[in-house]
Design a protein around this ligand. Structure first.
Ligand code: MLT
Length: 290
């Protein structure tokens, strides 16, 4: 069991293998859809699949894997283009990510799972629900939104892809980090910023640019909201500027019976910034599904 603060471990993550500090954080591979997809799979019980944000990897879920895997089966995926998964240079779409997740479910022989997606992970879950709702036991939509990109948003994606192509992942980290955390964290928690930087810099340009193209082309999921009939939890950091609480309220108003939890003192990566509050919300929800 871990005896020190999560922050201590975040710092250490920069220089050591995740598994040294999160012993339950394994690395496995599935050969699916022509690529090697990496994931971790810990614990037993109701399967919970964690789908990460842009431009991160499953490493961002280390606190949740650690907190939840004593009671649930927690599977954290590196989407294609991220972390330890292959990152082919080709066209990326949200539907391709969906097909990878479905193939992983098949690989693990899981008829259904609870899906937790943060930001881009949430966009992917809307697309997944559209195609494979029968495989979804419940949804957790964290720091995400149902709306498609605006024209201005798409232009921003194009420009960030050019930055990635010309200057590499560290320039992407420079551009993204101010949008990922609350002002207090940006001022006072350099170790957390370093953790996010390390995760972003470990990704490849093919994956980063692919994400940007996939997100820019995504459909508006607002009309899907009233078709969502599975238990749904919505989480948002009260200081999230990338997908603010107003976006979370649109989802909460549209999804019948959904529950909204606003986490104080958190920006966009609320699971890393306030892991205890995030985990509590998640665990309270998962307990209702037993
Ligand atoms: C993310 O965290 O996945 C991104 O900020 C989402 C986005 O850029 O729309």
């Amino acid at each position: 069991m871990l005896g020190r603060s999560p922050q201590h471990h975040f710092v250490k993550l920069l220089t050591f293998e995740l598994s040294n500090f999160y012993p339950r954080y394994t690395r496995m591979f599935a050969q699916i859809n022509g690529i090697r997809l990496a994931y971790s799979d810990q614990g037993t019980g109701l399967p919970v699949i964690l789908v990460h944000a842009f431009p991160l990897s499953r490493a961002m879920w280390a606190p949740q894997v650690d907190a939840l895997s004593g009671r649930w089966r927690v599977i954290a995926v590196d989407l294609r283009g991220h972390g330890d998964s292959d990152a082919p240079l080709w066209c990326y779409t949200l539907d391709q990510f969906v097909e990878d997740l479905r193939a992983l479910l098949d690989h693990l022989a899981l008829p259904q799972a609870v899906f937790v997606g943060l930001s881009m992970g949430g966009y992917i879950l809307f697309a997944f629900y559209r195609r494979y709702r029968e495989r979804v036991r419940a949804l957790v939509l964290a720091d995400t939104r149902a709306q498609a990109d605006t024209a201005e948003g798409r232009l921003g994606r194009f420009n960030l892809a050019q930055t990635a192509y010309r200057q590499g992942p560290s320039a992407v980290a420079d551009a993204m980090i101010p949008k990922l955390f609350s002002p207090a964290t940006l001022r006072e928690r350099p170790e957390l910023l370093q953790l996010a930087r390390g995760i972003i810099e470990a990704n490849r340009i093919s994956g980063i640019a692919g994400d940007l193209m996939a997100m820019a082309e995504r459909a508006d999921s607002t009309p899907l909201l009233n078709e969502i009939t599975v238990p749904t939890l919505i989480i948002v950091g009260d200081q999230d500027v990338a997908t603010p609480p107003s976006d979370a309220r649109i989802m909460a108003d549209g999804i019948r019976g959904s529950r909204l939890v606003v986490i104080p003192g958190a920006g966009h990566l609320s699971n890393l910034e306030q892991p205890e509050a995030f985990d509590q919300a998640l665990m309270d929800f998962l307990k209702t599904l037993q």
